[in-house]
Design a binder for this molecule. Structure first.
Ligand SMILES: *[C@@H]1O[C@H](CO)[C@@H](O)[C@H](O)[C@H]1NC(C)=O
Ligand SMILES: *[C@@H]1O[C@H](CO)[C@@H](O)[C@H](O)[C@H]1NC(C)=O
Length: 372
């Protein structure tokens, strides 16, 4: 009897009555979903089912990191529990090391999930993303796959993306070189990366066009990328860390760069531009072993990190006038003083797997929520 103490509090009659109501509601929902298959996903996002709505793109930057421990007993197990299915031999996976002493730190840094304040993220599903990226090809339309363009942090995002999509790679892999690509299964297109720290050429501060020949003596990390966009559906860019101070001259050039990129991308109606925000590093990052709960500019007071907000604001405001394109707000990682690549030598980049994976969780959210 003791085992039934909880349920026996309700009279038998009432419990039967509740049971009937439950069956009726379930049948109703099933009927609805059969008749309106397309509204099922909308239905499931409603508060009525006790869930919170999916976030709008401008809601994903505010929230908290909640603990969600992973298995990090070995490097291999950590990789699996982080959802990585890429090759083991890349140093990107190991924080430039496979020292067993680094494993606890990396395991801790992977044991957190980003929870926006008033809404839900779409949970990352690599098979669903594969289907989404192959949709245009199935419908005979132009544009598939993703091109990542930017600096070394953008390389980290593309490497993380490769590992999260690893189960669906048909051929190729990204290297640490300046230009790389791999193809996805099922006609979902290519995923490419181009290393170019300013997106424009830092001599002229303008974009190198697809038909312009790349000079033989081109500087490192300022590669041409415009010739690689045409077959893509999504072009994901970031630039910020290399721009230095925020003098009027710098801000003018930054603005001009933004205008040039938007009008270039707009010459391809099938392409959506996604601009990832820049995330500042954390001064003396060895002091952090868990995410922060509040952001404080004083934590980002090294190098030019405090200008990143300003650069992000220019993009955010400009893209508000171009609703076809997307500002990908990854401010969540401003709270991630933990998990950096080499505390206290490198407090800007992160270990992979690690906080950068969340840039791709958020990328997934905005791509899957894209209308049209
Ligand atoms: C990489 O890109 C080039 C140029 O678009 C293409 O010819 C090649 O097939 C691609 N490689 C893979 C593995 O997709
Ligand atoms: C970083 O460390 C230096 C040296 O210990 C100290 O003076 C400084 O206040 C620290 N800054 C932050 C933001 O933690």
């Amino acid at each position: 009897m003791a085992g039934h103490a909880y349920t026996s509090l309700a009279p038998l009659q009432k419990r039967r009555y509740q049971w009937h109501i439950f069956i009726l509601i379930t049948l109703g929902v099933l009927l609805l979903s059969v008749q309106h298959r397309h509204s099922l996903s909308a239905l499931l996002t409603l508060d009525t089912l006790g869930m919170r709505r999916y976030c709008d793109n401008d809601q994903i930057g505010t929230g908290t990191w909640v603990p969600e421990p992973v298995d990090g007993h070995t490097w291999a197990r950590l990789k699996v529990s982080a959802g990585y299915t890429c090759h083991d031999h890349r140093h990107a996976l190991m924080c430039f090391t496979n020292e067993p002493s680094e494993l606890p730190r990396l395991t801790a840094a992977n044991g957190w999930r980003w929870q926006p304040r008033d809404c839900q993220l779409r949970p990352f599903d690599s098979a669903a993303l594969l289907r989404r990226l192959g949709r245009n090809a199935r419908q005979g339309k132009k544009g598939s796959g993703v091109l990542f363009v930017g600096d070394s942090l953008q390389l980290q995002q593309s490497q993380s993306f490769e590992c999260m999509m690893g189960a669906h790679i048909e051929e190729g892999f990204l290297t640490d070189y300046e230009v790389g690509n791999f193809s996805l299964e099922d006609g979902a297109g290519q995923v490419g990366f181009v290393r170019t720290d300013y997106l424009v050429q830092p001599e002229t501060w303008s974009l190198m066009m697809p038909d312009e020949p790349e000079p033989a003596d081109i500087g490192r990390f300022v590669r041409k990328w415009t010739h690689m966009v045409e077959d893509k559906e999504f072009v994901v860019v970031n630039t910020g860390a290399h721009w230095g101070n925020h003098s009027p001259l710098t801000m003018d050039r930054y603005n001009k760069m933004i205008q040039e990129i938007i009008s270039f991308i707009d010459s391809y109606p099938h392409i959506t531009l996604i601009v990832r925000s820049s995330v500042p590093g954390h001064t003396n990052c060895s002091q952090y072993d868990a995410p922060l709960t509040h952001d404080d500019p004083a934590m980002h007071n090294s190098y030019n990190w405090q200008t990143f907000d300003l650069l992000n604001d220019v993009w955010r405001q400009t893209l508000a006038q171009h609703p076809k394109h997307i500002f990908l707000d990854v401010a969540a990682t401003s709270l991630r003083g933990d998990g950096h690549r080499m505390p206290d030598k490198d407090c800007l980049h992160y270990c992979l797997p690690g906080p950068v994976d969340w840039w791709n969780h958020l990328l997934y959210h905005v791509i899957m929520g894209r209308r049209g």
